[in-house]
Design a protein around this ligand. Structure first.
Ligand SMILES: Cc1cc2nc3c(=O)[nH]c(=O)nc-3n(C[C@H](O)[C@H](O)[C@H](O)COP(=O)(O)OP(=O)(O)OC[C@H]3O[C@@H](n4cnc5c(N)ncnc54)[C@H](O)[C@@H]3O)c2cc1C
Length: 501
């Protein structure tokens, strides 16, 4: 292995892999290393018996040629290597008071009509708020994919992409309140809030607006074969263009000399030098890896920042098809509303008290869209709830096993109400907890979306910066701008490369 690289990337999550792909295609000599034996970070698969499970992806927005989000797939060189399967039904919301609301593929207009039928007195408000969200989506897409150099783009933002600045300080709730005070409607409009980690009164509108419209206008997708296929495709582009991917290679130190990052120490490989170092591993790890050379400013920033929440995900392999439970072939994700207020639900989730029907949860019918994930006649299913990290790390192994077992049983009991008889058909049951998230990716406190996307930690000026206060050291992925999610982390790579490389 060469000992001098243009760029060394610490972490082969989606952010790191996309960056490596973009840089190697430009002819840069790149080394990307990961502590895990598989590339992808959260964007990975695992196998249990006959079943393949996608560890994270419930839905990937905007994967059609022509859509803004797809441009990053093309730029990363994987458009001909990955097949995106559309979710014929984007999602279904099972509400307490308005029955089941079905949102179809690429059907923003149909969704608007459904909402108007349910809330006729809010017709004007519904039309206006979606028209404004579409403008916001276009401004964000326009900004991210502008051909202008980054600083010129920033300077042009007040004129060309002014909605980005307009909502820099708005929460999702603030945004909706401009149009309606109907709490029921706001709850339905924010039904996917658990995908972003915060309830509408705390979630930054800037982070919610783009993907929400992207999902509604351009659709939600899964990756055929699971998200490992996406990560492996990025690896193949990197290697084809002369890059080096080293797995099972934990970085133990970032070497800093006279205020400049100059290399890394890798377990089993020793010191390797690079002109620039990019972190895809989270900034808390990076601060530790820098050690004594870590600037006080960075540690101060980290101590006042808040990581996003974690999640509790159950993966089930069933001995039957999903239609046995009345699930339609076109169903992909279903949000079950909880009986508590969103504030109460969030509080309970943060304490991992998600046993009762007070808290909502999400069902993902993985093998419906992608039948390659389960053998013929069988199926895979996911149950997801947001949970806090509190109480998962400071317990013994025995206590942990018990907690995981009890919560799994409780969520399965909830799902039984939705899919009667489910328990009799489970062949495989695997659960990921905050501890699992942290163990596999090193993400601080098992965080699943980087720093939480509150207005204080979101947007062009408030997100954790892509450049460290150490020369030649950068951050990419969910912890920096624009934020977590498949498309967020891939866009983060595109922005980093466009701005600094
Ligand atoms: C259960 C779940 C469901 C999700 N569902 C969706 C969804 O439906 N749609 C969506 O868009 N997003 C979803 N997400 C979020 C999405 O998966 C993440 O935001 C995204 O994959 C994070 O990518 P990243 O580049 O930030 O890196 P990460 O995936 O966090 O990877 C970081 C990498 O750094 C490596 N690393 C850490 N320390 C070291 C070290 N010392 N040396 C070397 N390597 C190191 C880790 O091994 C890891 O591979 C979900 C996440 C989870 C957990």
């Amino acid at each position: 292995m060469a000992n001098d690289y243009d760029v060394i990337i610490v972490g082969a999550g989606l952010g790191g892999l996309t960056t490596a792909s973009l840089l190697t295609q430009r002819g840069q000599n790149v080394l990307i290393v990961d502590k895990h034996k598989l590339p992808g970070g959260y964007a990975t698969n695992f196998q249990r018996g006959d079943f393949t499970f996608d560890a994270s992806l419930h839905s990937f927005d905007g994967m059609i040629p022509g859509a803004y989000s797809y441009k990053v797939i093309e730029a990363a060189g994987i458009a001909d290597k990955v097949e995106f399967i559309p979710h014929e039904r984007l999602y279904t919301i099972k509400t307490l008071n308005h029955g089941e609301i079905v949102v179809n593929y690429q059907d923003l207009d149909g969704y608007i009509l459904t909402l108007i039928q349910l809330f006729p007195e809010e017709k004007k408000a519904i039309r206006k708020l979606f028209a404004e969200m579409v403008k916001m989506y276009k401004d964000v897409g326009g900004f991210v994919f502008s051909r202008l150099p980054f600083l010129a783009r920033l300077a042009a933002t007040p004129v060309l992409y002014h909605k980005i600045l307009r909502y820099e300080r708005s929460t999702v709730k603030d945004f909706f309140l401009q149009y309606t005070h109907n709490e029921e409607l706001i709850k339905i409009l924010s039904a996917q809030w658990t995908y972003y980690g915060l309830p509408p009164e705390r979630l930054a509108f800037g982070y919610f607006g783009y993907p929400t419209i992207d999902y509604l206008m351009n659709g939600g997708f899964c990756v055929k074969g699971g998200s490992q296929i996406l990560s492996d495709a990025l690896v193949s582009v990197i290697e084809k263009h002369g890059g080096t991917v080293k797995l099972s290679a934990p970085v133990r130190k970032i070497i800093v000399d006279k205020g400049r990052a100059i290399g890394v120490t890798i377990k089993g490989l020793g010191d390797i030098y690079g002109k620039k170092i990019i972190a895809n591993a989270n900034p808390y790890i990076i601060s530790d890896l820098i050690g004594d050379s870590c600037p006080i400013k960075l540690n101060k920033n980290l101590s006042k920042s808040r990581p996003s929440n974690s999640g509790f995900q159950i993966y089930l392999g069933l001995d039957c098809e999903l239609d046995q439970f009345g699930v339609a072939k076109e169903d992909s994700n279903k949000f079950i509303e909880g009986t508590g207020s969103l504030k109460e639900q969030f509080r309970l989730m943060m304490q991992s008290k998600v046993e009762s029907n007070k808290t909502g949860y999400c069902l993902t019918y993985f093998s419906n869209a992608d039948q390659t994930l389960a053998p013929a006649g069988k199926s895979t299913l996911g149950l997801f709830s947001l949970v806090g990290s509190k109480g998962w790390f400071d317990i013994t192994k025995t206590e942990y096993r018990e907690k995981k077992k009890n919560l799994t049983a409780a969520l399965l009991e909830k799902a039984e109400l939705e899919l009667p008889g489910l328990g009799k058909h489970i062949e495989i049951c695997e659960t990921a907890t905050p501890r699992t998230m942290r163990n596999f990716t090193g993400n601080y406190q098992g965080s699943i979306y980087g720093f939480e996307q509150s207005v204080h930690q979101n947007g062009l000026f408030n997100r954790f910066p892509q450049k460290y206060p150490i020369k030649d050291l950068y951050q990419v992925g969910s912890w920096t701008f624009p934020g977590g999610g498949y498309i967020g982390t891939m866009l983060s790579a595109q922005l980093l490369v466009g701005r600094y490389f």
